[in-house]
Design a protein around this ligand. Sequence first.
Ligand SMILES: NC(=O)c1ccc[n+]([C@@H]2O[C@H](COP(=O)([O-])OP(=O)(O)OC[C@H]3O[C@@H](n4cnc5c(N)ncnc54)[C@H](O)[C@@H]3O)[C@@H](O)[C@H]2O)c1
Length: 439
Amino acid sequence: MNNKNSNRRRDFLKTSALATGGLILQPWNIAGAYAAGTDEIKLAVIGCGGRGTGAVFQAFETGHNIKLVAMADAFRDRIDKSHQPMLDKYGADKVDVPEERKFVGFDAYKEAIKLADVVILAAPPGFRPDHFEESVKQGKQIFMEKPVATDAAGIRRVLAAAEEAKNKKLNVVVGLQRHYQDNYRETIKRIHDGQIGDIVGGQVYWNDGGVWVNARQPGQTEMEYQMRNWYYFNWLCGDHIVEQHVHNIDVANWVKKGHPVKAYGTGGRQVRTGKEHGEIFDHHSVTFTYDDGTVIFSECRHFPGAANRVDESFQGTNGSVFLSAGNHGILKDRSGKELYNHPRENNPNPYQVEHDELWAAVVNGEYKFADAENAAHSTMTSILGRYATYSGKVVTWDEAINSEINLMPETLAWDASPKILPKEDGYYPHAIPGKSKVF
Ligand SMILES: NC(=O)c1ccc[n+]([C@@H]2O[C@H](COP(=O)([O-])OP(=O)(O)OC[C@H]3O[C@@H](n4cnc5c(N)ncnc54)[C@H](O)[C@@H]3O)[C@@H](O)[C@H]2O)c1
């Protein structure tokens, strides 16, 4: 941290929270090393897979005085695989994680969180409510990945912890990175300014070929197998309508400034039908109805070889808009004339921007980010979509968010049973629309 920032931080510590120019300046974590004036900010990562590792790299790339001091993962080999490349790139000074600060197992997160000022939460989504709740309880600044839960019980816990985080003025950034991507920010600002009138319809898509499979290994318990192959089990992943399509559904809620009141849909398992594919569907189509009657159509599918499409379109009373993660942001009036076309070149990487903005707030002692509530609503909208496609019925927001379904196992241990188990033939039961009750 430079001297200017260092002095500013010390000033914050002398004062109570100040509201200035729309920011709340807050001396959080007074007991921590950061507040004690060492200038070094301690980071812990929970969930050391692809995204957890990537997020640590992005934190370091902000250029602030950050030290990774603890790593937690359910599996030791995942820590090792993540630790080495970090060490190679940034050195032992920044990657200061000796054996005693590598924590393994289901409870590993608690110890790692204790040692940090800022935490990265990037385990599979089913664990996010546990990890987020604990981080807020311990008063940490937070970057957490989407989705933030896999069932309504988890969402209610995240919403409660989000409230507590606001009261404690803890920055929370969520990896719904379109909120940190210029084309989305600039274009949606113009929609909200009324350039294409009121939004009355839309279509959001995540259609691609699907993701990895981790095959069952000899000697694995059922719990270990499901944890390694987490994408295909709802208690861990939420199905791809939640795990992946949440990005596009989130854009619909952002544009509409709210969440839908009901959902109706269809889905199933057409091409991904093996034992290794657990219980999730490979396609979902949902119509979400918002309280003003707007209908947004959502489609996600994992069909290798079919046409890919990942983007969002909306129609307004005076025009239309097309958005995508490829930096599109095109507003047109009803005659087809362009009102705005976001430049597609030289846009910053939103995964980096999330960290640049979060860490700048942390370093400057500012309270600026409260992403958890929106992320909980977008995740809940995706879960509502899953309830609709699994049941084949119209499902309302109120019944979905109040449902008592809790997909998490009673006990988290390697010899404990997940609630979903294979049938005698090795295949997992899965929802049949029209027959299955979701609640
Ligand atoms: N924003 C994005 O674009 C984006 C991209 C990829 C992944 N993600 C999200 O990031 C999260 C992680 O995805 P990933 O691709 O890195 O998966 P991954 O499988 O590579 O990593 C997950 C890690 O969490 C560990 N883990 C499992 N249970 C744990 C527990 N209880 N405590 C601690 N660690 C645990 C796993 O062993 C693994 O190392 C998911 O929520 C995913 O949706 C977001």
